[in-house]
Design a protein around this ligand. Sequence first.
Ligand code: DGL
Length: 237
Amino acid sequence: MNNNKIGMFDSGIGGLTVLKELRKLLPNENYIYYADSKNNPYGEKSDSELMDIVTNIVDFLISKDVKIIVIACNTATTRCINRLRKMYPDMIFVGTEPAIKVACDKNYKNTLVMATPGTIKSERTHELVKLNKKRDQKITLLPCKGLADAIESGNKDNVNKVLHKLLDKYVDEDIDSIVLGCTHYPHAKKNIKELFPKAKLIDGNKGVSKQVKRQLESHNLLSDSTTHGKVKMIYNK
Ligand code: DGL
């Protein structure tokens, strides 16, 4: 048993969609959430810039005695998690990846994967396609430049403008599923659904929270508190 906090971070409000699922599954845990809006968008940073940013956050969270770190960001996960695990062998990291496996396992035939340019470029995303796609399945990887920052800045008109620019060419393509491969995108679920009313929207957030629970259980780190936990927010603006 261990009542230290669960540490989490993202380039702003995206990871709150992960936090929401985590709090449903692990309500008695305490959380510390680092919202790094100042460095948004991660998806348009170089590898070395992104590594510098995330190692600073990891150091900060470790200084707060967190028992596990949840990377509530697909971009930082697909591009940095392997190196972080090597740099911090005593820390447990759980990442967030585009839910390509879920779409393939559920036998969708025509999937659009929306993610940041950084995630789409990453080796891990291409590996996920290679490992999971069956012959009769089509997967289109769509780099959504500008979408995470439009969502982060909260300008709804701008979010719609960016969505139309990115998605209009796919609306007549019989897309049956859309992977929301960036934790910011569930905030725009309604707008995306309006463009693709028949498509199933898939994010990996439930899967991430289950993985956090499994890791805490297997390391005997679950909280033994019987009351609702708290969330401490840190904003880097
Ligand atoms: N929310 C993040 C993700 O899941 C990053 C968005 C960004 O800063 O580009 O990829």
